[in-house]
Design a protein around this ligand. Structure first.
Ligand code: ZN
Ligand code: ZN
Length: 246
C-alpha cells in the first residue's frame, strides 16, 4: 500500500537522519501506528521535521531556502506524504490545484464550523471511533477517509465506519468540505456535546508533535490534556461558519 495520508511526519523520532528501518511492525504498538510508506528520512528534505513545539531557532522555506518567520504557510508533498515549511511566494505557487502537477498543495488556512447542523452523540457513535478526539482526512492517493487520534506516538490511526461517514456527510456537509490531503475534520466528543471543525492539516501535525513530546502514562497526563484544551480553544476562536453553497 502506498500513499499514507498526512500526519506521518510526527510519527517518527525527529532527530535521526538515517538508519531507521522503513517499517517496524514489531517495535511499536503496530496495530495502531500506521507504518510509513518507507524511506522514513526523506533524504532531499534537508532539515528534520521542524517540530513547531521545539522552538527551532531559525526556520527556512524548504522549497527555496529563504528564512521564514515563526508564522508561515505549509505545502503538502503528496508523493512523500510530508509537509514543508514555505515562504509566502512558494506557498502561493501551490494554492492552485493544478500547480506542481498535483504533487504539491498549499495547505489552506481556513477554519470552519457548521453551527446549524451539529453532529449529535448518536451520529458520532455511528462512526465507531473508539476515542473522543479524532481527525479525519481524505487521502487522494488512498482514495479513502482515515481517522487519527492523539497518542504517545503523536497520533495513531484508527478505523472508522466509512459508510457511516458517507451517510453523515450528506446531512453534515462540513464532513465532506475538507480538501483532500490538506484539510482535516476535527471532532471532539465530550460528555456535553460533539464539536466538529474543518481545520488545516498542518495544525493536526502540530498537535501530534506536541503530543509526542508531552504524552505521559495511559491518558496523556495533565500537560497533554492541557495542550489539547488549548488547541481546541484556538480552533474555536478561529472557526467561521461554513458558507452555504448556492
Ligand atoms: Zn520559498
Ligand atoms: Zn513550518
Amino acid at each position: 500500500m502506498t500513499g499514507q495520508p498526512g500526519l506521518r511526519r510526527f510519527l517518527q523520532p525527529p532527530a535521526e537522519t538515517s538508519g531507521a528501518s522503513p517499517e517496524n511492525p514489531g517495535a511499536t504498538p503496530a496495530a495502531t501506528v500506521p507504518a510509513g510508506p518507507g524511506r522514513p528520512a526523506a533524504p532531499s528534505y534537508g532539515a528534520p521535521a521542524p517540530g513547531p513545539a521545539s522552538g527551532q531557532p531559525e526556520e527556512t522555506c524548504e522549497l527555496c531556502a529563504v528564512p521564514v518567520g515563526p508564522v508561515h504557510g505549509h505545502v503538502a508533498d503528496l508523493e512523500r506524504s510530508t509537509l514543508s515549511c514555505a515562504c509566502r511566494a512558494c506557498y502561493l505557487l501551490f494554492t492552485d490545484p493544478g500547480a506542481g502537477r498535483g504533487r504539491y498543495r498549499a495547505v489552506p488556512e481556513r477554519y470552519l464550523r457548521d453551527a446549524s447542523r451539529p453532529l449529535n452523540a448518536t451520529e458520532w457513535a455511528e462512526l465507531d471511533v473508539p476515542v473522543g478526539l479524532a481527525f479525519f482526512l481524505r487521502s487522494s492517493r488512498r482514495a479513502q477517509v482515515c481517522g487519527f487520534y492523539p497518542s504517545p506516538a503523536g497520533v495513531t490511526e484508527c478505523t472508522l465506519d466509512l459508510e457511516a461517514w458517507a451517510r453523515l456527510g450528506r446531512v453534515h456537509p462540513l464532513l465532506l468540505a475538507a480538501e483532500d490531503d490538506v484539510e482535516a475534520v476535527l471532532v471532539s466528543r465530550t460528555d456535553a456535546d460533539v464539536e466538529c471543525f474543518l481545520v488545516p492539516v498542518d495544525v493536526c501535525y502540530e498537535l501530534a508533535g506536541r503530543m509526542r513530546l508531552l504524552w505521559q502514562g495511559f491518558d496523556g497526563g495533565a500537560e497533554a490534556r492541557q495542550s489539547i484544551a488549548e488547541f481546541l480553544d484556538s480552533v474555536r476562536a478561529r472557526a467561521r461558519e461554513l458558507a452555504v453553497e448556492p
